[in-house]
Every structure is written in structure tokens, then in C-alpha cells.
Design a protein around this ligand. Structure first.
Ligand code: ADP
Ligand code: 5GP
Length: 188
């Protein structure tokens, strides 16, 4: 049987990468779908592990060649996308695929795969807390943080379209909730 698809979406800074990493370490037979992006790597990130870091030209070429299952210009001038080859590679290995994508991309993947996919929305306790987390992460400039916060309000309105919502207030509680949701979905 081909692997299932688990999608995590949330406004930037909510904690979805933290939760996805936790799930990957829990031995659910999951593999992370490495997206392509035209943004610069953060000092903690590795090409081929966190993202496939491409130039804007390389990204555009892949769009033209229809290599993406979905892609979005998530922030002005910065695009992100899921490569069809990445999803196929993981599923052909008999693993389940876990995605960390923006809300629009997440809903597009869900629409494409239907019941084979579970779309999880991670909700921050408040926009103010989102700002604290983004500032605390120290990976973006003030200007980039402002851009991400400005988008968050709109992104939060997408929550009801997802299969399930996890509020990431207390991280340990969110971990436990996410584990239960994934276990139930994979055992269905
Ligand atoms: P995202 O992938 O949604 O952009 P991250 O996983 O990078 O978010 O988390 C953003 C920051 O918030 C990180 O520094 C992370 O350690 C921190 N964080 C995540 N969850 C919580 C939480 N429940 N309480 C406090 N800080 C958190
Ligand atoms: P970051 O720059 O913080 O890594 O990611 C910014 C946003 O882009 C996050 O919401 C993240 O989930 C989203 N993102 C990452 N990869 C993809 C992808 O392949 N497709 C889409 N649509 N969004 C993505």
C-alpha cells in the first residue's frame, strides 16, 4: 500500500516545524517532504535536508517544466513548492509523507489526495505570541517578521477548512495531541 499524506500548515512562527520534527523522531514511518524554495538558507539549515535551496531562475524553470505538485509565492519575491518527485520518492519507499507547507499549499495538497491525506492546522494562542516566537527564533529581520505577522491574520481564517486544529500553547501538550492524531489517522 502506498504511504499516506500528513499536512501541517500554520502561520509562520506557530511551531509547526518543531512539532513536525518531534513526530519524525517518534518512529511513525514518516518521511519529511523537502520543499524547494527561492529564499536564502538560515545558518541552521542544510540544502537537501530542510529545503532544496534554488535560485529564482532555477525555481522558475521547475515551474515551467511542471515539476511541482503545488507552489506558492508565499512572501513577495519568495516562492516555495512541493516537488512531485519528492512525494513519489517517499511513497515508493513505502513511507508516509509529512509536509510543512503554507495554508494555501496545504489545502491544495488535501484537495488533490482527498481521504489519503490529513490536513492539520496548527494555531498559535495569539498573534502577539506569534510575534514573540518569531522574535525569539532570531532568524528573520524586523521587516521580515512584520511581513509574516501581517499575513498571519489572514492565514488564521483558513483554520476551519482543515481536518483538524491543534492549538500550540503548551508545547508538550501539542506534541501529545499531534501524536494521537497521527496514530489514529495511520491506523484507520
Ligand atoms: P514555524 O515552523 O511554524 O514557523 P517553529 O517551529 O520554527 O515555527 O517555531 C517558532 C519558534 O517558537 C521556535 O523558536 C520554537 O522553539 C518556538 N516554539 C514552538 N512552540 C512553542 C510553544 N508552544 N511555546 C513557546 N515557544 C514555542
Ligand atoms: P519558512 O521561510 O519559515 O521556512 O517558511 C515560510 C512558509 O512557507 C511556511 O508557512 C512554510 O510552511 C511554507 N512552505 C514551506 N514549503 C512549502 C511548500 O512546498 N509549499 C508551500 N505552499 N508552502 C511552503
Amino acid at each position: 500500500m502506498k504511504g499516506k499524506l500528513i499536512i501541517f500548515s500554520a502561520p509562520s512562527g506557530t511551531g509547526k516545524t518543531t512539532i513536525v520534527r518531534h513526530l519524525l523522531a517518534k518512529g511513525f514511518d514518516l518521511e519529511f517532504s523537502i520543499s524547494a524554495t527561492s529564499r536564502q538558507p538560515r545558518h541552521t539549515e542544510t540544502h537537501g535536508k530542510d529545503y532544496y535551496f534554488l535560485t529564482a531562475e532555477e525555481f522558475a524553470k521547475k515551474v515551467e517544466n511542471e515539476e511541482f505538485l503545488e507552489w506558492e509565492e508565499v512572501y513577495k519575491g519568495t516562492s516555495y513548492g512541493t516537488l512531485k518527485s519528492e512525494v513519489e520518492r517517499i511513497r515508493n519507499n513505502g513511507k508516509h509523507v509529512i509536509f510543512d507547507v503554507d495554508v494555501v499549499g496545504g489545502l491544495n495538497i488535501k484537495k488533490y489526495y482527498g481521504d489519503e491525506a490529513l490536513a492539520v492546522f496548527v494555531q498559535p494562542p495569539s498573534v502577539e505570541e506569534l510575534r514573540n516566537r518569531l522574535t525569539g527564533r532570531s532568524t528573520e529581520t524586523e521587516e521580515k517578521i512584520a511581513m509574516r505577522i501581517a499575513k498571519a491574520e489572514h492565514e488564521l481564517s483558513f483554520a476551519p477548512k482543515f481536518d483538524v486544529v491543534i492549538v500550540n500553547d503548551d508545547l508538550e501538550r501539542a506534541f501529545v495531541e499531534a501524536e494521537k492524531i497521527i496514530a489514529d489517522f495511520l491506523n484507520k
